[in-house]
Ligand binder design. Structure first.
Ligand code: 6R9
Length: 654
């Protein structure tokens, strides 16, 4: 975290109280929110038990709310049974069967709506198709799809039969896909031929073929949804067209009732060490978190059109495209492509044409749209919007104010929501009818979320404006249950630092005089590039797997749109490349990282040096590299460096 960033948010004094027009109709006003908080403070477990009974349709009601006997492997509602897909679909068929569940628009402008009845029928057909291929409860299924309704249908179909889905973001490479297939031991991949993005076809089928050619031997079948209709290779023994499979299936498929703790999905995310971790979420607790946070944070109501722009490959797409809004019977909008096709007005045009009322996106998108100019939103009627949201990284006050002024016309509440893949649902956020907002602060924890800030020794910090580790001190229903196949890593990554007393989020934060939280960013070696989490180690290993690379160190560099960009320092086997050779190798290494991980991880800058700056004990001095990447004058003490002469070379001055 740079000191100038801390300065800029500490200096932020503007406060925006909820507007009376909003409060009047809001699900929660300050009084109701206080009552929820008081109930949770009085009886944390009882509070969540009540919420679970009130909000979730149980096939078998639970009698035990929290089992903490194996802490920190907490279990919630564990003797209850339910089905996530029945909660998202079947329970709306009576009152909302003909209501639109999904409004879809493709990048090329094609559009289609799905009612709850239609969505239910399609999910049942696919679920029956999965059963016909021998997929049953507990089997893992990889989903590798573009942002079309079929991605949601695939997730719901897995949930319906108790199969555990793991969605892999379509921007990840074949190599990343293969790693995830192997770690989950998936039997089946549901892919598409391709998706439309940025005017190009993303060839998902080819990536799937490549992944399976190099490994992933547990996969028996690949279901291919035909989207782009480009020609693809076909393995008749393994591949099945989605439309062929569904053609003969019944529109009825009874949900498989699963225990509340049955894993609903695995989702891979980057940590500070090693390969991405398979975050395991439960069915009951997860669904409860996604469900109630939609009501509390988004004030979600029956006549809303809710657009969360996240891809279903990220947790935000799981909780706020798929499970949260659908379990509430809302209408969601899904858009396949990028915000700039055919021009920078696309998002605003979609808002106008589909009557979007709630818009939830990431600061990186807000900054990009802000940069494109105020004339784009000015062209469209945004008067249906009533609530704006932000997620994925700290939103800088400048971007917040633009969002407020230009999109919100100084009237709409903005909810800056802090949470993580691991937390399953929003943890801290303003409640729009109750919480005054401050640009750059995610304000306060939601009811039933016990957040705190601790120092290096694990003592809670009460003083204001003193930064520390952001922790959660009580279990909550939508928390991750473990890391798939590696419970030791679950404990060491999230709990061990303070002797299993706190969940350690990996972010630093401080609190102001009103008890508002200000997230300062990651304290581990995780970068946040355009809202995507990337481990520096992952990118370093990708670089080192190239034959010319001897050693690599990756750091983040502040970037005005992406938040952070990837900056790599590389030493080569043989002489240090210079001039045209260095340029050619840079390009090759960037492509290599795209192949190993995905285009989102490509370094923006690569600098070659004969050596990396190391302490005498052999540790790479990342702090120094971060300063160099920023182009700062080096004022740090480099006397402990083994090779001080290297600094000029790293800085590009020798
Ligand atoms: C939901 C999601 C989690 C990390 C998290 C933090 C950063 C997310 C934020 C935020 C400040 C916010 N983050 N929301 N930082 N303010 N409103 O993004 O999950 O991809 O797992 O990333 O993102 O650093 O630790 P995930």
């Amino acid at each position: 975290m740079s000191s100038d960033k801390i300065e800029s948010v500490l200096g932020e004094k503007r406060v925006f109280p909820p507007r009376p027009e909003f409060v009047k109709k809001a699900r929660l006003d300050a009084k109701k929110l206080d009552a929820l908080r008081a109930a949770a403070d009085k009886d944390h477990v009882g509070f969540w038990g009540d919420q679970a009974r009130k909000n979730i349709a149980w096939q078998t009601p639970f009698t035990r709310t929290l089992d903490d006997s194996k802490a920190p492997n907490y279990q919630w509602f564990d003797d209850g049974r339910l089905n996530a897909s029945a909660n998202c679909l079947d329970r709306h068929l009576g009152a909302r069967g003909d209501k639109i569940a999904i409004r879809f628009e493709g990048e090329k402008g094609d559009a289609r709506n799905w009612t709850y009845k239609e969505l239910h029928a399609e999910v049942c057909k696919l679920a029956n198709g999965l059963l016909s291929l021998g997929i049953t409860k507990g089997d893992r299924v990889i989903i590798y799809m573009p942002m079309t309704p079929e991605a949601v249908i695939a997730m719901q179909a897995c949930a319906r039969i108790g199969a555990i889905h793991s969605v892999v973001f379509g921007g990840f490479s074949a190599a990343s896909l293969k790693d995830r297939i192997e770690d989950t031991g998936a039997k089946l991949v549901i892919a598409a031929d391709g998706g439309n993005r940025g005017g190009n076809i993303i060839d998902l089928k080819k990536a799937t073929d490549d992944a399976l050619a190099s490994g992933g031997k547990t996969v028996e079948k690949v279901i291919v949804y035909q989207r782009t209709k480009h020609s693809v290779n076909w393995d008749a023994k393994r591949d099945i067209w989605w439309h062929d499979l569904l053609a003969t299936q019944s529109e009825r498929c009874d949900p498989v009732w699963v225990e509340a703790e049955h894993p609903l999905f695995l989702l891979y995310t980057s940590g500070s060490t090693g390969k991405p971790k398979g975050i395991q979420h439960s069915t009951g607790g997860y669904l409860l978190g996604a469900h109630v946070s939609c009501q509390w944070v988004f004030d979600l109501r029956d006549d809303d059109v809710f657009w969360c722009t996240a891809d279903v490959g990220w947790v935000t797409g799981h909780s706020y495209v798929c499970y949260g809004p659908l379990s509430n019977g809302a209408t969601i909008l899904m858009y396949e492509g990028v915000p700039t096709i055919p021009d920078a007005g696309r998002f605003w045009k979609i808002c106008q044409e589909h009557g979007v009322t709630i818009f939830y996106t990431a600061p990186t998108a807000i900054r990009a749209l802000m940069k494109a100019g105020d004339e784009w939103p000015a062209k469209y009627d945004l008067s249906k919007l009533r609530l704006l949201g932000s997620v994925g990284e700290p939103i800088n006050p400048e971007a917040w104010m633009w969002y407020h002024r230009v999109i919100g016309k100084e009237k709409l509440p903005i909810v800056d929501t802090w949470w993580q893949t691991e937390t399953g649902a929003i943890m801290m956020s303003p409640v729009p009818g109750a919480t005054p907002t401050k640009p750059g602060s995610c304000t306060q924890p939601l009811p039933g979320i016990a957040a705190g800030i601790v120092d290096d020794s694990g003592n809670l910090i009460d003083q204001l404006d003193q930064g520390g580790y952001l922790v959660i001190s009580k279990p909550w229903p939508s928390m991750l249950r473990t890391i798939w196949g590696d419970n030791d890593r679950y404990i060491s990554a999230y709990w061990a630092q303070f002797k299993n007393k706190y969940y350690v989020a990996g972010d630093s934060a401080h609190r102001d005089a009103d008890g508002y939280y200000w997230i300062m960013g990651r304290i581990d070696d995780v970068l946040n590039v355009a809202g995507h989490r990337l481990g520096t180690m992952e990118i370093e290993s990708a670089l080192v797997s190239h034959p010319r690379v001897a050693e690599a160190a990756v750091v983040g560099r502040p970037h005005d749109v992406k938040g952070e960009s990837v900056f790599a320092f590389v030493t080569c086997k043989g002489p240090r490349p210079e001039g045209a050779e260095a340029d050619a190798l840079s390009k090759e290494l960037r492509d290599h990282v795209a192949k190993e991980i995905g285009a989102i991880a490509k370094p923006d800058d690569i600098r070659f040096a004969e050596n990396l700056p190391k302490t005498r004990s052999g540790k790479i001095m990342r702090r120094l590299l971060r300063s160099i990447a920023k182009g700062e004058e080096i004022t740090q003490d480099i006397s402990t460096l083994e090779n001080p002469g290297i600094v000029a070379q790293l800085a590009g001055k020798a």
